[in-house]
Design a protein around this ligand. Structure first.
Ligand code: HEM
Length: 137
């Protein structure tokens, strides 16, 4: 991850956080619109899930400089997602919905460079999670 990309991710995520829980709500709305079958994987009350997702993203964005440091957390997260019934293909759907949501939230701040930085971050997280399932330590 380049310095400039780290800066763009931190700036854009801070802007998103200024708008409270909006990203979480909008993200799940977008996701269930894109693939309604995924709704059944989640419990009925999404509010706790919105908070956990936002906290995890905040943690990741705060620690972008050394992504290796939280590899153990991502491996454990991947294992838990298998228990939730999440399939590898679902990671693409979630990634698309996340990028769409960020684009809506960030409006004119959603520049091609910001989009590239988010795409790269999501790919890095997903690769770490899915690779760990192929070769569990
Ligand atoms: C970048 C990838 C992802 C991150 C960072 C992430 C983050 C999280 C976090 C922090 C939780 C809270 C529970 C826990 O820590 O185990 C969670 C739960 C969950 N996630 Fe994810 N997730 C990701 C990808 C996905 C994908 C691709 C799906 C597929 C639809 C998904 C579906 C779920 C479900 C069903 C739960 C459990 C909700 C419940 O208990 O009702 N996640 N996720």
């Amino acid at each position: 991850m380049q310095e400039e990309q780290i800066l763009l991710l931190k700036q854009s995520w801070s802007y998103v956080l200024l708008q409270g829980d909006k990203i979480g709500e909008l993200f799940y709305q977008t996701l269930f619109w894109d693939d309604p079958s995924l709704r059944f994987l989640f419990g009925t009350d999404l509010s706790g899930q919105v908070r956990k997702f936002m906290d995890m993203m905040t943690f990741i964005v705060a620690n972008l400089q050394n992504i290796e440091a939280y590899e153990p957390e991502l491996r454990a997260l991947a294992q838990r997602h298998v228990q939730y019934g999440v399939l590898s293909v679902d990671y693409d759907t979630v990634g698309d919905s996340l990028l769409k949501t960020l684009a809506t939230m960030l409006q004119e701040q959603w520049t091609p460079a910001t989009e590239t930085a988010w795409r790269k971050l999501y790919q890095t997280i997903t690769r770490t999670m899915l690779n760990s399932l192929k070769s569990p330590k």
